[in-house]
Ligand binder design. Structure first.
Ligand SMILES: NC(=O)c1ccc[n+]([C@@H]2O[C@H](COP(=O)([O-])OP(=O)(O)OC[C@H]3O[C@@H](n4cnc5c(N)ncnc54)[C@H](O)[C@@H]3O)[C@@H](O)[C@H]2O)c1
Length: 322
């Protein structure tokens, strides 16, 4: 059983200090852990520290810190040397979505910690049972899937692979409750975990409506923002049905399921966008068009929104709608 006063003693590692790796570092520092961050490629060392400090400032502005930023920085060690992971109880891998590169990381982590560290992956799409075959000790390997920004979202999916032992997975699940998350615990490794399966079902239907010209990109976004967006953080999907009445839903499911797309193809629109090297907000060319300034404004607006929704969810959870 993990106790809150033990967190300061539980050293954790993160390998890969890109977008998500650095925000996971921040989440773990805020939770009270000493954190060791390993840069598997030299360019990480150029940007990681500044990015982490910027994220700590964002966390501070969002009211998440109860110590000065310098306190958290003093509990962080960054290096290209895997040797700093020696005493870590858990090491989170967060490198590019390529199984052979992830596998190389697992061997280096296991060697540095002499096999003692539990290893987890933040993979979005590679099955945990596949990745764990590349880990020296598959029983002590599992998925911990975060959402960006890791320090400002309550989402966390913990997934056992076919060979993950119960005891390390339970320990991680208990520990994750001290990270201010609402973790889910998947006993079985299902493709896309829960969140991606739900969201990709919605993406498929959205593309279907756009490609058949039944709705525009703007229509799809407006519907999702102002319908689902007005209740989804408060109650999720299943409680929503309880609140609205199940009989009506039975009628709607019966009518609508046969009308929905069940295509297994990548939508043509998405294929074209990628072929034209549209990278969305990153190069101001996407499903919408943006000026460079608009793209930057969107990034800022989203950071502010994250802060607000995090607080709002906390207020409603404490009001008993959990
Ligand atoms: N970005 C998200 O919102 C998000 C959400 C959930 C899960 N993930 C998953 O997290 C992981 C990392 O994603 P990210 O968004 O932080 O990516 P990123 O591109 O920002 O960072 C990738 C990191 O991978 C490492 N890397 C790159 N090339 C490497 C090499 N040849 N050898 C070793 N390491 C190398 C580096 O540390 C680099 O910073 C991926 O598995 C991704 O699927 C991302």
């Amino acid at each position: 059983m993990v106790k809150p006063n033990e967190l300061a003693e539980i050293e954790l590692g993160v390998v890969g200090l890109g977008l998500m790796g650095s925000s996971i570092v921040v989440a773990l520092l805020i939770a009270g852990h000493p954190v060791r961050g390993v840069a598997p490629i030299s360019s990480d060392m150029v940007d990681a520290e500044l990015r982490i400090i910027k994220q700590l400032k964002h966390a501070e502005e969002s009211g998440l810190l109860n110590q000065p930023i310098a306190h958290y920085v003093s509990r962080l060690m960054l290096s290209e040397d895997f040797g700093i992971l020696r005493d870590c109880k858990l090491v989170q891998e967060c490198v590019v979505e390529r199984a052979e590169i992830k596998g190389l990381m697992y061997r280096k982590i296991a060697e540095a910690s002499e096999g003692k560290a539990i290893i987890s992956s933040n993979t979005s799409a590679i099955p945990i049972s596949v990745l764990q075959e590349r880990a020296p000790d598959p029983a002590r390997f599992l998925g911990i899937h975060w959402a960006e920004p890791a320090y400002l979202t309550r989402f966390l999916e913990i997934t056992k692979g076919a060979k993950t032992a119960e005891e390390p997975a339970q320990w991680v699940f208990e520990l994750a409750h001290f990270w201010d998350k609402e973790p889910t615990f998947l006993q079985k490794d299902i493709r896309g975990f829960v969140t991606n399966r739900l969201m990709y079902a919605v993406y498929r239907e959205a593309f279907h409506l756009i490609e058949t010209k039944e709705a525009t990109v703007e229509d799809v976004d407006k519907s999702f923002r102002y319908d689902a967006g007005s209740w989804i953080t408060a109650m999720g999907l299943m409680k929503r049905m309880d609140l609205l009445g199940l009989a009506d839903f039975r009628v709607a499911l019966n009518r609508l399921f046969p009308a929905l797309s069940n295509s297994a193809e990548v939508p043509e629109l998405m294929r074209q966008m990628v072929e034209r090297e549209a990278r969305g907000i990153q190069n101001a060319r996407g499903l919408y068009t943006y000026t460079k300034q608009e793209a930057e404004e969107w990034e800022k607006a989203f950071a502010a929104f994250n802060k607000e929704i995090y607080k709002l969810a906390a207020e409603h959870l404490s009001a008993g709608t959990k």
